[in-house]
Design a protein around this ligand. Structure first.
Ligand code: GLN
Length: 490
């Protein structure tokens, strides 16, 4: 049955439709794969009984001719999404054994369409990180290894569990979230496809908040088409999220295979980072050549405020986080460590419940918002954010999409950046601009480095123009013909 886990989501849905196999068989194969892959630490909670029940229900619906668009597809859910009756931790000790009494809107859309839940996926604590090493459950191990080496590599973060699970065939697709790059960088590190939609496309209701003006949900998938199928289901207006956009969801899969002839593609000169490996530059050039061959016109553009994006992000995101995380006080959710009085209970709970990276962000966020520093840091960062959005507005007057590398390196070893937060933050250099401007960005695998590790290219689009990204992503995917997969060592 293990061949069933190798299928793309699209192929699996076709197989279910033609009755080549049942949802129960497909789910059983995935449940076994998940169990066998525990050394990767991708799942923090496996829900096999629930999965098999959902699969049986799916088979019954299909027999009655009532199958939905994702009916019987086994998926993994990032543990930032609240799932009714199923423990949701955000990768933190402070939520303890929190079991939500409600379902996030995004996951409820997946279940509405018939998908099956395999379990909850590991992640950096409160989605803060680029390596999955800040998780209270320990790091996820990337299924990919450098050629001839058994060094453990990170799958990236914060959606490391989602990316590793998709790359290792432990689900047909996964939910993920991206505040500064957490869908795209893990996708690049694992040879998978990830799309961060336009801010407001997917509801944030029921997704544990990190930085509310930046957080967006999206899928990580095996192919561009699978990502389109998943996003179509995840997206949609939700009155429970005041920033949800009230628009009809386009038919994203229909954009795949559409001609990209005549589209103008911007190449931002500021994205040539110092010290970036020559292989990443070469892959970027290759991406340009592929799009030219497909009939696109290449235009050099400038995004002059790019160099201020990381500093602005690392002010705005911690500021919002320090406010969002104030609610974890030991009174309402999860962990409580009692003290002699109320203040001491707060202190003890937060000291024991939060990990180092989360504490660092709360301290930075509280500092930049405090009287006397607010204007110098927070307000300034908001002004930079506006400039960055304007850079993109100007660029999109001349081009239809932008091509860049996704990350400045391939997957790195566990522990390699762990003691140097600034080195870790540099991972987000090509991705945070997109969140600051609220735009859609997609990462897709385009090649391997000299050590045999996947590298990703990023496409950035106009607000709400995910369709063009799917057309371009489909064209690049076809040209790159990326077929490599990690050897099974676990
Ligand atoms: N690495 C970035 C951070 O730590 C982005 C995280 C994310 O997108 N959730 O803030």
């Amino acid at each position: 049955m293990s061949a069933l886990t190798k299928l793309t989501l699209k192929a699996a849905l076709e197989g279910l439709d033609t009755k080549a196999f049942s949802a129960l068989e497909l789910t059983q194969a995935h449940v076994e794969a998940v169990e066998a892959a525990r050394p990767l630490n991708a799942y923090v909670l496996e829900t096999p009984d629930k999965a098999l029940d959902m699969a049986r229900d799916s088979d019954a619906r299909r027999a009655k001719g009532e199958a939905g668009p994702l009916d019987g597809a086994p998926l993994g859910i990032k543990d930032l999404f609240c799932t009714e009756g199923v423990r949701s931790t955000a990768g933190s000790r402070i939520l303890g054994n929190f079991v939500p009494t409600y379902e996030s809107t995004v996951t409820s859309h997946l279940w509405r369409d018939g998908a099956v839940m395999l379990g909850k996926l590991n992640m950096d604590e409160f989605a803060m990180g680029s390596s999955n090493e800040s998780s209270a459950f320990g790091p996820v191990i990337n299924p990919w290894r450098r050629a001839g080496s058994d060094t453990k590599l990170t799958p990236g973060g914060s959606s490391g569990g989602s990316a590793a699970a998709v790359a290792a065939d432990l689900c047909l697709g996964a939910t993920a979230t991206d505040t500064g790059g957490s869908i795209r960088q893990p996708a690049a590190f694992t040879g998978t496809v990830g799309i961060k939609p336009t801010y407001g496309l997917c509801s944030r209701w029921g997704v544990v908040a990190f930085a509310s003006s930046l957080d967006q949900a999206g899928p990580i998938a095996k192919t561009v088409e699978d990502a389109a199928i998943l996003l179509k289901s995840m997206a949609g207006y939700d009155p429970k999220d005041s920033t949800s956009l009230n628009i009809a969801t386009p038919d994203y899969p229909a954009f795949i295979g559409k001609s990209v002839k005549g589209l103008r593609i911007g190449i931002p000169r500021e994205y040539r980072a110092d010290g970036m490996p020559a292989e990443i530059d070469a892959l970027w050039e290759q991406g340009v050549a592929w799009l030219k061959d497909a009939g696109c016109e290449i235009v050099e553009i400038s995004l002059p405020h790019t160099k201020y994006a990381l500093p602005a992000y690392y002010i705005i995101a911690p500021a919002e986080a320090s406010s969002n995380l104030a609610r974890y006080d030991g009174m309402r959710y999860g962990l409580r460590v009692d003290g002699a009085n109320l203040t001491e209970t707060y202190e003890n709970t937060r000291a024991a419940g939060f990990g180092d990276e989360v504490k660092r962000r709360i301290l930075i966020g509280t500092y930049v918002l405090s009287a006397g520093y607010y204007d110098a840091y927070y307000l300034r960062a908001l002004k930079v954010r506006r400039r960055i959005a304007e850079d993109f507005e100007q660029a999109f007057g001349k081009v239809d999409a932008i091509l860049t590398p996704t990350a400045p390196s391939a997957a790195f070893g566990l522990g390699e950046n762990a003691d140097d937060p600034v080195a870790m933050y540099l991972n987000d250099i090509f991705t945070v601009t997109v969140n600051l401007a609220g735009l859609p960005g997609m990462s897709l695998p385009a090649g391997l480095d000299a050590q045999g590790l996947p590298l990703g290219l990023q496409l950035i689009g106009r607000a709400l123009d995910e369709g063009t990204l799917f057309s371009l992503g489909g064209a690049l995917e076809k040209a790159a013909n990326f077929k490599a997969a990690p050897g099974r060592w676990w």
